[in-house]
Design a protein around this ligand. Structure first.
Ligand code: SF4
Ligand SMILES: [Zn+2]
Length: 329
């Protein structure tokens, strides 16, 4: 069995939400622009980290996003193809790889970029996560996980400060140490704001020219961190994740047992706990909100939702590893 940080976040929040998503695989129909734009930006950044030309980085972005976004996203949307590609281009122009304070770590297979890592957590359960890159500080020689994040607004203090203790980063640091056998001191967040760039003829109060002339100056990129993870932080994380994983394993075993016993496991859904009701904003951010409001009718599940592999984003990395043959040093 495989788990990831998102599964455990959902399990902590609401038993029903986690079961719907991670046991039965119910997801909303249609593809999400934030998800696909983020995936395309990652593809470009994987090329950036492995020394490719800016044009090659942008080609990787285009291959993932151009056609889909042109057909599905309004030209006025912040996630339109012209807007996001302009931001990616500006990122590459402002951030030559040589100017970074770190270098990408290589092992015998090539650069440690865009990899799926897994470590055993408890008996029969693996913790999996996507490693965007492992980097080494040029001055101190310390190793860090590098994680790319795209967001509509990275300036919000709550968004910036969440990484100091985030379970996701602690899991990546601990997991990278275990999987690669390298001491990892913490993590960087490469934050890229996918905001709508101004393009009107109105004068910009900051730059004193028309917005359409200074629009790229309004791009916002921040290399946040490093966010360190001490043995104490890892110990806090482990003492929490291990019992949570045991609980999830027992819960899914119970669902399988009911099924084997002649029950339809889906019949259990209306009786699962709903801790989300007690968390601020949990239900309003939940994809199952309308279904819960309708008191969880079972006969509409397959018409509202589509069955998806919740770990598709991980298995994709496994099936299409970065082509290291063509990487330049
Ligand atoms: S809407 Fe609320 S109660 Fe229902 S599954 Fe989502 S978080 Fe749980
Ligand atoms: Zn301006």
């Amino acid at each position: 069995m495989m788990i990831d940080n998102s599964l455990l976040q959902s399990w902590v929040l609401c038993e029903t939400q986690a079961t719907m998503r991670y046991h039965f695989g119910f997801g909303l129909r249609g593809q999400s622009a934030p998800l696909l734009a983020g995936r395309a930006v990652h593809a470009a950044l994987a090329k950036w980290l492995t020394g490719h030309l800016d044009e090659e980085c942008l080609n990787a972005f285009d291959a993932e996003y151009h056609l889909w976004a042109t057909d599905n996203v309004s030209p006025e949307d912040r996630l339109s193809y012209p807007n996001v590609s302009a931001i990616v281009w500006e990122f590459l122009r402002r951030n030559p790889l040589e100017s970074m304070s770190f270098r990408v770590v290589h092992n015998e297979q090539g650069p440690l970029v865009e990899q799926l890592l897994k470590i055993p957590l408890i008996d029969g359960v693996e913790f999996a996560f996507p490693l965007d890159a492992l980097v080494q500080d040029k001055q101190t020689g310390l190793y860090y996980v590098l994680d790319h994040k795209t967001s509509g607004n990275i300036i919000k203090p709550a968004w910036l400060s969440q990484w100091h203790l985030a379970s996701q980063l602690t899991g990546y640091v601990y997991g990278a140490q275990k999987a690669l056998g390298i001491p990892v001191a913490g993590a960087y967040i490469n934050a890229i704001e996918l905001r709508k760039l101004p393009k009107s003829n109105y004068p910009c109060a900051v730059h004193g020219v028309k917005y359409r002339e200074c629009r790229l100056l309004h791009c916002n990129f921040q290399m946040l961190g490093p966010f360190t993870r001490s043995p104490g932080h890892v110990s806090m994380w482990l003492s929490t994740i291990l019992p949570l994983t045991e609980q999830w394993k027992a819960h899914t075993a119970w669902l399988h047992f009911r099924q084997a016993d002649g029950w339809n496991a889906i019949d259990q859904l209306p009786f699962l706990r709903s801790q989300g009701l007690f968390h601020y904003e949990a239900c309003s951010n939940c994809p199952y909100q309308e279904w819960c409001r309708a008191e969880r009718p079972l006969d509409v599940l397959d018409s509202i939702f589509v069955r998806q592999d919740p770990f598709e984003y991980l298995t994709q990395k496994e099936s299409s590893p970065l082509d290291t043959q063509n990487e330049s040093a």
